[in-house]
Design a protein around this ligand. Structure first.
Ligand code: ZN
Length: 242
């Protein structure tokens, strides 16, 4: 099966449309959460995501916060302002959709979470030590995570018992041999100094992972953020990819 893996769309529908078009035909879409927060078009994003065929979609921390499931003081001021804006804006039907999202899903050789297998909604895997601590918390060969907005692979070498990380070349297929934690990066708010929308294609038959990027109309999104009354920092950071 070939699945499109996306995460952290963050209400950026223009980036989401670009990713779906660039991905082309796939057998399934696996979305690792944070559909809302930061961007100007939360309902448009949820409407597109919830109608995708063969969808698996997980709950992210911003999704949970918009639903009132996480205290707002867990976020910095600008993230908090965007969550309050979202709470007023996300339609009751779309809130209902977010409410039904699971925190973890296992399909074949793959575990899917937003943050980490140990703490699915909240923990950031940003270094090899945190990654190493998390390998015992999933039983499959592969774990897919988002949340950090940084595309990366953490590799657990079976013979040596060590964990290493790597940044994978865009557009090249990576062969999954050892147990791995894979992050596709963020569709709607990349933070790795590459402003293009990030996504990945996983092939669970051939056991490959291909990270990809696609350019989209950032200026249009920035204008929409500014005219919507959201914090302008959410607009400027899109241009910097951080
Ligand atoms: Zn996020």
């Amino acid at each position: 099966m070939r699945a499109l893996v996306i995460s952290d769309i963050h209400a950026n529908v223009i980036a989401l449309r670009a990713v779906l078009e660039a991905a082309g035909k796939v057998d399934a879409v696996w979305c690792l959460g944070d559909l809302v927060g930061y961007g100007p078009d939360p309902n448009e994003c949820v409407d597109i995501i919830k109608n995708l065929p063969n969808l698996i979609c997980l709950l992210g921390n911003h999704d949970a916060a918009v639903l009132g499931q996480i205290r707002l003081d867990a976020f910095n001021r600008e993230a908090r302002e965007s969550i309050e804006w979202m709470q007023a804006k996300v339609s009751p039907e779309n809130q209902q959709f977010l409410k039904m999202l699971p925190e973890k899903h296992v399909i074949g050789p793959v575990t899917l979470v937003h943050g980490s297998p140990r703490n699915p909604v909240w923990e950031y895997i940003l270094d090899v030590h945190t990654a190493a601590d998390n390998f015992p918390f999933f039983g499959t060969k592969i774990c897919l995570v988002g949340h950090t907005h940084l595309p990366v692979v953490y590799i657990h070498s079976t013979d040596k018992g060590t964990v290493n990380w790597a940044l994978l070349p865009i557009g090249e297929k990576y062969m999954i041999t050892d147990r791995v934690i894979l992050n596709p990066g963020s569709v709607g708010q990349p933070r790795d100094h590459d402003a293009r929308a990030a996504f990945a294609i996983i092939d669970t038959n051939r056991m490959t992972w291909m990270p990809q990027r696609v350019a989209y109309d950032i200026i249009e999104v920035q204008n929409r953020i500014k005219s919507s009354g959201l914090p302008t920092r959410h607009a400027t950071r899109l241009g910097d990819g951080m």
